[in-house]
Design a protein around this ligand. Structure first.
Ligand code: C6P
Length: 387
């Protein structure tokens, strides 16, 4: 049976071109980049090239920092715990603002900081599921809020927050601004200078790079206490031997993703819209969030009377991979935080299914998915006594 992957917000396949670029750094050029001998130094040009791609891809200035690390979760932890050590623990300020719709890598880290005494506000969203500048203005405390951390795009709905406006509100009130852009990079234009963010999180496996490598942008002039202490790698900002192959892979993956942005916003969007139009023709179905406010690849849909878990099993049985929400909360099985924050009707709130496409998704796959989804809804509703 042909398998169709529609769970690209969980992870993406490594672009074969990226894989090819990484391969020499496993068995040929395997030296430690910090070694003084040739095995070490021969890795430097490729690392330099990768860093250039990261700076260019995010439009970071030469004086800013981009720290290569293990994942988006690490970047989020580095920012939040760095702010805790540098500002809160020193008694300078005690308030952090985030939102109710953040990924667990932010929410759970904030909860941990609360247990250490930090005061955290979790902002609600408006009726469209967006964290607006006005909502932030209501809750920010002038010269008392240390950090505002709001995601660029939501992983479950794809809804995009007005990051540039939010950063401006944070700065007007003397706070630093971080954005978790894990679901934005490679899907929409991300320009750290234009948005004027202080810190930005990204992760290679969301844009056809390898898993286990991510990055943190830090604006020039700013510093964060590192999460890892040890060697002097990454300008002493993140100790640990650099994974050259993965760094090279992430740089090249970002290069390709930025070049493919027009394709993403035209062709991937067209296929997403085609799938969404077909899904919307099914009775008692809602899609969460206005299409125009979402990343071009994502749909979070609720089919009344159908449990998300049962639906996913059936889809999987028929060769289609989707998810009920964030992959790392899949034990909860539902996009609960998102649904609660958006006050979605409780009849529908336990039925969320996320479909997420990529530049490798084909028209044939979407046509097949439309057929299978329709049949699956009919079958499950016909055996459900509650519908
Ligand atoms: N979200 C999802 O199914 P890592 O895997 O650590 O590089 O990235 C974590 C992460 C951080 N922020 C956002 C907005 C994310 O979407 C993710 C990963 C996946 O939605 C897996 S849980």
């Amino acid at each position: 049976m042909e398998k169709i992957y529609l769970d690209n917000n969980a992870t993406t396949k490594v672009d074969p071109l990226v894989m090819k670029k990484m391969l020499p750094f496993f068995v040929e050029k395997y030296g430690n980049p910090n070694s003084l001998h040739g095995f070490g130094t021969e890795t430097h040009p490729a690392m330099g090239e990768a860093l250039n791609s990261l700076y260019e891809g995010l439009n970071a200035s030469d004086d800013s920092d981009i720290i290569v690390n293990s994942c988006g979760t690490e970047s989020n932890n580095t920012v939040l715990k760095g702010i805790y050590f540098d500002i809160i623990h020193k008694g300078v300020k005690n308030h952090i603002i985030t939102s109710q719709i953040e990924h667990p890598a932010i929410r759970h880290t904030c909860e941990f900081l609360e247990s250490l005494g930090a005061d955290v506000t979790y902002l609600p969203v408006n009726d469209d599921g967006i964290v607006t500048a006005d909502i932030l203005k209501e809750h920010i405390r002038k010269d008392q809020t240390a950090l505002v951390s709001i995601m660029w795009a939501n992983n479950e709905t794809g809804l995009i927050n007005p990051v540039k406006e939010l950063a401006a509100v944070a700065h007007d009130n003397g706070a630093l601004f971080h954005t978790d852009a894990v679901q934005a990079v490679g899907k929409v234009k991300v320009d750290v200078q234009d948005a004027n963010v202080d810190f930005l999180t990204f992760s290679a496996h969301k844009f056809h790079g390898p898993k286990g490598v991510g990055g943190l942008y830090i604006k020039e002039g700013l510093n964060l206490t590192p999460l890892f202490h040890g060697g002097e790698q990454m300008g002493k900002k993140r100790a640990g031997t650099v994974n050259v192959a993965f760094m090279v892979g992430m740089g090249y993956a970002l290069d390709l993703a930025v070049k493919a942005l027009d394709f993403e916003n035209q062709e991937v969007r067209r296929l997403r819209d085609k799938l969404e139009d077909a899904i919307m023709k099914i009775d008692d179905t809602i899609v969460i969030g206005k299409r125009s406010l979402r990343t071009p690849n994502t749909i979070l849909v609720s089919f009344k009377g159908i449990e998300g878990e049962a639906f996913l099993w059936d889809l999987n049985w028929n060769g289609i991979a989707a998810s009920t929400g964030s992959a790392c909360s899949s034990e909860d099985l539902e996009a609960d935080a998102t649904f609660q924050a958006m006050h979605v009707d409780t009849d529908l709130s336990h039925t969320g299914v996320r479909f997420s496409l990529s530049r490798f998704t084909t028209e044939e796959e979407i046509d097949k998915a439309i057929e299978v989804i329709g049949k699956t809804v009919d079958r499950l509703r016909s055996i459900s006594s509650t519908y």
